[in-house]
Design a protein around this ligand. Sequence first.
Ligand SMILES: NC(=O)c1ccc[n+]([C@@H]2O[C@H](COP(=O)([O-])OP(=O)(O)OC[C@H]3O[C@@H](n4cnc5c(N)ncnc54)[C@H](O)[C@@H]3O)[C@@H](O)[C@H]2O)c1
Length: 348
Amino acid sequence: MNKVRIGAIGSGYWGPNLIRNFVEIPDSELVVVADMRQERLDHMKRLYPAIEVTTDYHDLFSMGLDAVVIATPPFTHHAIAKECLEHGLSCMIEKPITTESAQAADLIALAEQRGLKLMVGNTFEYNVAVHKLRELIESGELGDIYYIDAIRTNLGLYQRNLNVMWDLAPHDISILLNVLGLDPVSVSAQGGKHIAPSIHDVVYMHLQFPNNIMSHIHVSWLNPRKDRRITVVGSKKMVVYDDVEPLEKIKIYDKGVDAPPYADTFADFQFSYRYGDVITPFIKFTEPLRMECQHFIESVKNGGRPLTDGVVGWKIVKILEAAERSLQNGGEQEAITMNDLHIAEPAL
Ligand SMILES: NC(=O)c1ccc[n+]([C@@H]2O[C@H](COP(=O)([O-])OP(=O)(O)OC[C@H]3O[C@@H](n4cnc5c(N)ncnc54)[C@H](O)[C@@H]3O)[C@@H](O)[C@H]2O)c1
């Protein structure tokens, strides 16, 4: 395979970012864009006169493509990706991979059976700041991890069939799974619906991980500030990853509180507070979406398993499903089991 011939399905808000990258990556050839809206296709054609455009993605099946990238609304992902896989096309699907875990399992089975690549667009897993965070946790520099706090807020783009948790929390969940290398065991979620009658626009999730690590995720479409911040508190050091910061995204705080080894009464307790340096490591930043698209092209071309494969996408949907049950049940804690990826034989 020389260049990977790729088609893009969906060129709304996010699709053009993917299209730009696949046009620019030397090993990929962006052949065609499909979108139901002609005005979006006209816009794409103005930007890239050499590409084909179509309002019917079924046209892609007779164009000699190797792969597709799907950036349509999440509730359409399963049906579109299933047809693409059935026509021998590897798929990169925007997050969340599907809106039901059974649908994700179906796509995983189909891709396995056909020897095709299935990847979910967890952009932050291709972000060098997230890699630095994982390195700091893995190396033990932060000590035992006590908790992780994640916030992702702004005045958001309200979605019709999807609440803010399904829209924004996939990013934070993917970061947590990546940096901790652990799957959560339970989740609870509470939230509010303020603008649209049946759609949560603010959600607070609590995830419990093994090793007594807890995590809190706050997502909102109704907040005056654009915040994308993750705070990791460890027994030795603490880290703040602020994605809104243009340059100094990671700050390592040599701060902590130590309790005395032994005390008879609380009055005897002499906490010692540690105030050390704040270090901003130099991180050479590259566009995460470029890394993500490049990774997909490489895995289609060279046969490797994508870092954010279908199983990662499935896990995130499993967590969101449990969180959604909790959201509907007034915040009850829901257990999460990850040992039930029964990949049914897909119907041929
Ligand atoms: N990775 C990220 O940071 C990021 C950011 C934003 C959105 N997203 C994801 O990208 C996906 C798309 O989101 P968006 O905000 O661009 O949505 P959007 O509604 O702006 O665009 C979706 C486009 O898909 C088209 N479409 C819908 N059904 C189609 C079909 N059957 N055939 C052809 N075209 C069809 C629509 O006409 C529309 O132009 C979602 O999964 C979303 O979660 C990811």
